[in-house]
Design a protein around this ligand. Sequence first.
Ligand code: SF4
Ligand code: SF4
Ligand code: FES
Length: 247
Amino acid sequence: MEKTLRIRRQENPFASPYFEEYRVPFEDKNMTIAVALLNLTEDQRIKVEGTHPFRPVAFDHSCHQKRCGACAIVINDHPALACDTRLSSFSGDVIKIEPLKKFPIILDLLCDRSSIFERMKELDVWIEGDSGLQGEEISYEATRCIKCGLCLEVCPNFYREGAFGGMAAMAEQAALLAKIPPEQRKKAAKNYKRSVFDGCGKSLACRDICPVKLDIEELLVRSNAAAIWKRWLKYQETGVIGFCKGG
Ligand code: SF4
Ligand code: SF4
Ligand code: FES
């Protein structure tokens, strides 16, 4: 069996991108895109006029078991994990490989996803002191997020500089909201409202793309209940709502 990988290359953050094609023979029908990328050689390259000097394709990868999220890329216009996508799963001959599009490119398929973690820092998604843990089940579900960023790629409401953090940051907030006791929830609830509730259109495109099949709908429902609805009911009773006017 053989496939052609059409790969988007870029030599540095400021260079113009270009495409290169490689003819990849494979016998194992389980061979992944990640392995194919790792093993590309000069000989596999399809010679075209103006070809750049050969260099291995740069891309992030680590676990090759769908656990670290590092290998998130765009394959035939569909965001996916390279280690979870087999060459044999495509019926056509040419497979187009590109980096995620919502983050700055560093080199080839490598992009800078640090904004996901910066966003989590801004949101203070950790507990200080003794939390008296609650909501273990939902918190466990949230911590299965591998921060691959595929959900951000398909989210119509996420862009890097915006206030909406998307699902990658939301999962951490859901874990926090499930764990902290209600009396300590004010700041987390305020952050959640600003960075998730106000921005999320609930289209759930993120749920369909998520490689670990996170129960995003349940996380949203439980977090909205913890951060928004109980406060709203309290507001209706008392006329005071925590996240308004400085919380
Ligand atoms: S929610 Fe799913 S798709 Fe989004 S970062 Fe987490 S694991 Fe990846
Ligand atoms: S539900 Fe829609 S708007 Fe909300 S994070 Fe998922 S893809 Fe984005
Ligand atoms: S290499 Fe870890 S998820 Fe693909």
